[in-house]
Design a protein around this ligand. Structure first.
Ligand SMILES: [Fe+2]
Ligand SMILES: [Fe+2]
Length: 450
């Protein structure tokens, strides 16, 4: 305060000495903070105007004013003590390498120390130090502050349809959305999912009004949590992805009140795997007293799946959903880049299988001979709802020297599926729906997103 005031050097030195005299017990002979030391300190600095805002900073002048009469008698500085204190102040001012605008005061400290004298005997000495109080700079984060997710309105829907004639039910199946983001050359967030494909899928979902909805896994991409080399444009996008999933869940719930199952895929699995590899102590942690909840650092917890009444089927790759006794869905872990992946499932499975993971539209059948006659199973992959132009990090994709994905047509196809089935050991009908550039046809109707 003294040093940064407009007061002259001589008066400032006198003010400091007066302060030290009062602080030190009212003893006289305090003149060792010189006009020269004040001037030297000020000459090393610029812009000696006092700081505008002293809120939140200790101001020793207030301490001084708050002293009760008689407090001085508690102090007993010796002349030697005073000289040490002045020396400390001079050294502090000389060494202080900060803008005077940021200096808001001084703090005098006193402590006792055990020191051996020349005879090796312990003596207690009182030591002093002077501290310059500097206003803290405003700290702003290098990365954008994580924002609260947008409000999502709970649905106001009736009960799901009770079933078609003869007990037939319908499930709408939404494959690999790969929700996520990266920053383009201008810093704008770009999605790795395809909002147009997702919109078409939700339009069809609205019209089908199914009894059940299945998210086939890889609903999120989570590139930051993967093991692979990642460019900076994907950094700090996981929160945005979680917010998107929450909003997507709200959109689903505003369309249907049917049960929704979300199969865990290898990309959702990245979050628990990331914790196990990098912060194992945080794996599986739950809120105290909520042992039935999902672990805090998990997609179903972070995106409020319980609130949206979405069942999360953990356990990739073993997790599966059975529609009836003859057909099941699982995210899948097989990829046959040289040909049909679904034929691998036809070889390994004994029931019909809807799998995901490969982002391709495939379908095949196989009939085996049995004692009871022919037994036919089907295997199908509905495609994906993610971008197929190179935005999703992949083995075949690439990035430019800024780390932004370059355009590249993946050998992937967008689509979804509708399954009609009866519960028990009963037949089913699988309907694949292809989506092209925000356009699809289903049930004789055209669906389009401009
Ligand atoms: Fe996958
Ligand atoms: Fe995928």
């Amino acid at each position: 305060m003294f040093l940064t005031s407009d007061t002259g050097h001589t008066k400032t030195a006198a003010d400091i000495n007066e302060y030290l005299r009062r602080k030190g017990g009212g003893l006289a002979n305090v003149n060792s903070t010189s006009e020269a030391s004040v001037r030297r300190w000020r000459e090393q600095q610029h812009d000696v105007a006092p700081p505008e805002d002293l809120s939140g900073v200790d101001d020793f002048t207030r301490d001084f004013e708050d002293e009760e009469p008689g407090d001085e008698t508690e102090f007993s500085f010796t002349d030697e003590d005073r000289q040490k204190l002045r020396d400390s102040l001079d050294q502090t001012l000389a060494a202080c390498n900060t803008n005077p605008q940021n200096v808001v005061g001084l703090r005098v400290a006193q402590w006792n120390a055990m020191i051996k004298n020349t005879d090796g005997e312990a003596e207690i000495h009182t030591l002093y130090g002077v501290k310059v109080l500097v206003k803290t700079k405003d700290i702003t984060p290098e990365w954008p502050v994580i924002q609260r997710a947008p409000e999502a309105t709970p649905p106001v829907r009736g009960t799901p349809p009770v079933g078609l004639i003869g007990g037939w039910k319908t499930s709408v199946i939404l494959p690999d959305i790969q929700a996520g983001f990266f920053r383009d050359a201008k810093g704008n967030l770009q999605p790795t999912h395809d909002p147009r494909a997702v919109d078409v899928a939700l339009q069809i979902l609205t019209d089908v009004d199914p009894h059940h909805v299945l998210i086939g896994g890889d609903g999120v991409d989570f590139p930051e949590l993967g093991k692979y080399r990642l460019t900076p444009v994907f950094v700090q996008t996981t929160q945005k992805t979680i917010d998107w999933v929450n909003t997507f869940a709200a959109r689903l719930r505003n369309i249907t009140s049917a049960p929704i199952d979300w199969l865990e895929g290898n990309h959702e699995k990245r979050m628990p795997n990331y914790l196990l590899d990098n912060a194992a102590a945080a794996f599986g942690l739950k809120r105290a007293g909520f042992e039935d909840e999902w672990p805090v650092l998990s997609l179903p917890f972070l995106a409020n799946f319980d609130d949206w009444k979405i069942s999360y089927l953990a356990g990739y790759p073993a997790a599966e959903y059975w529609f009836n006794d003859r057909i099941k869905a699982m995210h899948g872990d097989k990829v046959n880049s040289a040909g049909s992946t679904v034929h691998r499932y036809l070889n390994s499975e004994r029931v019909s299988t809807i799998s995901f993971h490969i982002h391709r539209v495939e379908m095949g059948s196989r009939t085996r001979h049995s004692r009871n006659g022919p037994r036919t199973i089907m295997a199908a992959s509905p495609g994906c709802l993610c971008r197929i132009d190179g935005a999703v990090p992949s083995v075949k994709g690439g990035t430019n020297l800024e780390g932004v994905p370059v355009e590249h047509s993946e050998d992937w196809q967008q689509g979804m599926a509708v399954l009609h089935y009866k519960e028990g050991d009963e037949p089913f009908v699988y309907e694949p729906i292809s989506i092209f550039d925000g356009w699809a046809v289903y049930g004789g109707q055209e669906y389009r997103v401009e």
